[in-house]
Design a protein. Structure first.
Length: 317
């Protein structure tokens, strides 16, 4: 029995010695503490979304770099052909002197310029905008009539307008007379300001054997026209019909504007690596119609041709 007790004491001493040594030199974990070399470290549980940092680092590693933009500037000299006329809006049975002579619209040629920029969004597609400015003279024919006589009719004789009127030679006695109508021109200054938003598509590309490429273009466009009288006096315009009716309208300075569509086609020639020359023709529709308070209606429809230079600023590299 005594030997048994001595054996048990020996085991207890060994277990106690093991615990003491473990506390002094080994790590021993109890609940939420960590004991290392006699120092107690308290462990707290925290919810940290480790996936965020991992996903961010992965995005940074695999993030695609944006390609530099391909863009440039262009400038051009142009010529604009404008069909312009003035009509009687309130009384459409009356026509202008030009209209009575068979000239519905007169075509005028104006010079101008264009500046703009472009951005390539696809290998063969560009978007851009420009400002087009043109200015020049326009004219409309008119005439002065003797309004004291009673007008009977107007007719055309070998491109000359003849006026038949009734004159009282004696009380209640009248006779018919005919006189040629002498016409002259009212001259105005017509300026136009256009802002097209351009969508251009190329049908081919430059190759080592060919430095030409063709393209088409369609653009919504803002159009503004300004008509100014070149004379200090107010201009009057005569409107007549074959029945002898006539009316004068005062033509005053006007500004008329509208939105439309500009359709174009052109070709580019590569001069240097970053410089191209181009020629382009445009057609604008629908025509512009605008009326003033005096009853005059202004009609304008135009097309233009440009010869210019394009400079590539950003080549996408």
């Amino acid at each position: 029995m005594i030997s048994y007790i001595r054996g048990m004491k020996r085991y207890f001493w060994l277990i106690g010695l093991f615990v003491i040594l473990a506390q002094e030199s080994w790590a021993f974990v109890v609940s939420d503490t960590l004991i290392i070399d006699g120092e107690t470290i308290y462990i707290e549980e925290r919810d940290t979304p480790i996936s965020d940092s991992l996903s961010n680092s992965r995005k940074n590693d695999f993030k695609e770099k944006r390609k530099p933009l391909i863009w440039g500037l262009d400038a051009a000299y142009g010529m604009q052909m404008t069909d312009f006329s003035i009509s009687n809006f309130n009384n459409q049975e009356l026509v202008s002197v030009n209209g009575f002579s068979g000239i519905s619209n007169s075509t005028f040629y104006h010079s101008g310029a264009s500046v703009g920029g472009y951005l390539m969004v696809h290998r063969n597609i560009e978007i851009g905008a420009s400002i087009n400015i043109f200015e020049g003279g326009v004219s409309e024919s008119t005439a002065l009539l003797n309004t004291s006589n009673t007008s009977v009719s107007f007719y055309l004789d070998e491109d000359q307008i003849q006026h038949v009127f009734q004159t009282e030679v004696q009380p209640q006695v009248f006779e018919l007379d005919t006189a040629a109508v002498t016409t002259f021109s009212n001259v105005f200054n017509l300026s136009s300001f256009q802002i097209p938003l351009k969508f251009r598509f190329y049908v081919n590309e430059f190759t080592p054997k060919s430095k030409w490429k063709a393209y088409g273009e369609i653009s919504p466009v803002y159009r503004s026209f300004r008509l100014q009288n070149r004379s200090s006096d107010a201009s009057q315009m005569l409107f007549i019909n074959a029945s002898g009716d006539f009316e004068y309208l005062n033509i005053v300075d006007q500004r008329f504007q509208s939105f439309g569509v500009l359709v174009g086609a052109g070709s580019e020639f590569q001069l240097r690596k970053r410089v191209n020359a181009f020629v382009q023709a445009n057609w604008s529709f629908p025509p512009i119609n605008s009326s003033d308070n005096n009853g005059a209606n202004y009609f304008a429809q135009y097309s233009n041709v440009f010869l210019g230079i394009r400079v590539l600023i950003g080549d996408g590299k």
